[in-house]
Design a protein around this ligand. Structure first.
Ligand SMILES: Cc1cc2nc3c(=O)[nH]c(=O)nc-3n(C[C@H](O)[C@H](O)[C@H](O)COP(=O)(O)O)c2cc1C
Length: 342
């Protein structure tokens, strides 16, 4: 980070976050399935931020390769995001431990018994997503080292509450206890400055990094992001009250209609007793993983899922990670300088 009052203030406000992560700028590249792999993750860490591999539905062997390949591309720390409902969670934690991964991020709900201890026994720091104050308190009591609070403006699977409300509810009572990173809807550094001033130690962005030059997402996926405005990033609708599905935020397209049909199909299997609720929900998650892959890897942005947050409207062009990061830092420093002059 360069000098100046704004930059000094930014450095100071991010100090707990940068120390916790072991990087220069306390901005996590939020894990995005199929997207946050060796290239984007190493580019983020090399640029001074903190890349996080999205394990998604990977097997332990695939994760093993991805971590090894990322390590070949950066000597700086990076994290691994694991979904708590993954049936091989313990084995995935062991793969992270084998590689001495410094930070593990748990997404997708409360971790199963033993998972927190397993990560901590490996020496890694554990970061958990907290979608509500009560859950955040519970996670802190369970010994997690840091929290990500993510609001419904974000891309991908989302909770029901906005980032601004979560920040007001969770930062004042808990910011002194554990480092908290704020995520969801952040596209401009001015907002980063605001959350830091409220007590956050850093932020997590996903959508803003999709159009990084280093990101392997298909050109069609990136084009869809560059064309879209905030209102195009809509949420999936729950069709059947008996089948609770976690809403997903993605760009409006034909696939969003297919998801309604998929829900009807799975709800019917539930009615017929052909599947249990747990299996029904897993089928929905597999559906999303496949749909996202079609769009990200194959470039089918009509029948695939183009998951994106509302900040997509602020993505205007493809640019190297270092440039995107530099712009966010400049904007945040500028906002802090203006406020200190006022
Ligand atoms: C395409 C896409 C895929 C995502 N996949 C995951 C995932 O696999 N695991 C996860 O924890 N979060 C996932 N997220 C959420 C991001 O990690 C991050 O928290 C979010 O993008 C932050 O909000 P923003 O999109 O407004 O920047 C995904 C987001 C996007 C846009």
């Amino acid at each position: 980070m360069s000098d100046g009052i704004g930059h000094d203030r930014l450095k100071g406000l991010m100090a707990r976050g940068t120390e916790f992560l072991g990087c220069e700028v306390a901005i996590l590249g939020g894990a995005m399935s199929w997207i946050s792999e060796r290239n984007l993750v190493s580019a983020l860490s090399n640029a001074g931020a903190f890349g996080v591999i999205a394990c998604g539905a990977m097997t332990p062997d695939l994760l093993d390769t991805e971590i090894a390949e990322t390590k070949k591309r950066t000597e700086r720390p990076f994290g691994v995001n694991l979904i708590t409902m993954h049936p091989m969670l313990s084995e995935l934690i062991d793969v992270c431990a084998k590689h001495g991964v410094s930070h593990v991020v748990f997404a997708g709900g409360l971790p199963p018994a033993g998972a927190i201890d397993r990560v901590k026994a490996s020496g890694a720091k554990l970061i958990c997503f907290a979608p509500a104050l009560a859950l955040a308190k519970k996670l802190v009591r369970s010994g997690v080292d840091a929290l990500v609070i993510e609001g419904m403006e974000a891309g991908g699977h989302i909770g029901p509450v906005s980032t601004s409300v979560l920040a007001q509810e969770i930062l004042p009572p808990l910011a002194a206890e554990v480092p908290i990173f704020v995520a969801g809807g952040i596209g401009h550094g001015g907002l980063i400055a605001g959350y830091l001033e409220m007590g956050a130690v850093g932020v997590q962005l996903g959508t803003r990094f999709v159009c990084a030059t280093e990101c392997i997402a298909h050109a069609n996926f990136k084009k869809a992001f560059i064309r879209a405005s905030a209102r195009d990033a809509i949420t999936s609708v729950q069709i059947d009250p008996r089948l609770p599905v976690i809403p997903v935020r993605a760009l409006k397209n034909r696939e969003m209609e297919s998801f309604a049909a998929k829900q009807r199909e799975v709800a019917q299997l539930l009615d017929e007793g052909a599947v249990e609720m747990m299996e029904a929900q897993l089928q929905i998650e597999h559906y999303w993983a496949g749909a996202l892959r079609r769009a990200v890897i194959e470039g089918d942005v009509e029948t695939g899922s183009v998951m994106a947050g509302q900040s997509v409207g602020m993505v205007k062009e493809e640019a190297p990670v270092a440039e995107i990061l530099g712009k966010l830092v400049e904007e945040a420093a500028h906002a802090l300088e203006r406020r200190s002059a006022a």
